[in-house]
Write a protein that binds this ligand. Sequence first.
Ligand code: PLP
Length: 436
Amino acid sequence: MHKDLLQRDQQYVWHPFTPQTLAPKPLGVKAAKDCKIILEDGKEVIDAISSWWVNIHGHGNEELAETLKQQALNLDHIIFAGFTHEPAVTLAEKLIPLLPGKFDKCFFSDNGSTSTEIALKMAIQYFWNTGDKKRKKVIAFEGAYHGDTFGAMSMAGRTPFSAPFEEFLFDVNYLPFPTAENWEEVKSLMVEYTKNEDACCFIFEPLVQGASGMRMYKAEQLDELIGIAQSHGTLCIADEVMTGFYRTGKLFATNHLINHQPDIVCMSKALTAGILPLSLTFCTQKIYDAFLVDDMMKTFFHGHSFTGNPLACAVAIKSLEMLLSEKRQNQIDHIIKSHQKFAEILSTLPFAKNIRQTGTILAFDYDTEKDTSYFNSIRDELYNFFLSKGILLRPLGNTVYFHTPYTITQEELDHIYNIVHRLFKEGLSTMKADRC
Ligand SMILES: *Cc1c(COP(=O)(O)O)cnc(C)c1O
């Protein structure tokens, strides 16, 4: 007897970030094309969060698929220790001149978490190799997210998600998330943490903290904090995993900085247009020089089976070319401007608060206090409501945000705006009562 997809899934598969008994059953997906996810029953859902912030050119892109096919036929994958190949070298060559500041070396891995782990290990070993033994502190923002592996989890803010591991995580010196009000306090804490020259690195999500609710802060503030940290020899790590590739309106969020630049940059997510796993960690010559010694013990002993995967590199090169095209740049500009207009409309609606935008990311909170009905979980209520209207939006608590592929059509944008407009005008309880 042929079992359906959902039954087979439930028998064998464990899904990410999913409460196993409380979450609704997953939706079976038959295909995805452009900005639409096509479900098994034929229903279409607009992918307004770029499939967890990765997709930028839409699904099923023919140019990317053709690039992948040709690369697979020519060279699929080989060991990257002792061997090299065109796609990896070309990708590094093309990205390095586009980075904020002067970067010299590119280290390959497979996902955002490994890219930040590698950054951390590079920073720690840099001081080990140079004999600066007292630099043990790691500085990060409260509410930071840098991935789900141990080092990445340690560097992030503590949340209920990390609670079971708490005793196994290393200590971090936290800076409050910078605002206009606490700014002097944040700056003096940074001085406090770095002045004794015992801080190894400062890691941050530039301009936008993604996972903790699309929280936004100013480039000028980050610029100053990097300046303070670097003046005391602390290495600065920009985690551009979510913000890279024009999410903030520039290629990288750190391109918004004015006087200072990070020492290490991590990228992943949109790097391959969201179709293959790949990540990169870039460092400056100063860091690399500490590894340029005839001493085996100073080697960076880190690598993964799929380091430098040619398929992912080839797709990343093609994606970058498409991203820099005039057509895509115009689409990005258009999204930024339409979101700006919509943000103005939102600001007049009773249930919308904390409306904020950085580049193509627009975020706003649903004001639960204005809604008299009681919601068990506003996040689930909102998520299900949007799905019922054919839109995939995955709120973070009561924060709704747009994070769409750049190829989203006007018709799709208008549909999203219309639904969100009605919801934030009438409130969730009214909208849900209205079953039409
Ligand atoms: C998603 C994310 C990561 C982790 O990336 P994965 O590919 O999910 O491991 C790290 N840092 C930031 C800022 C992210 O948004």
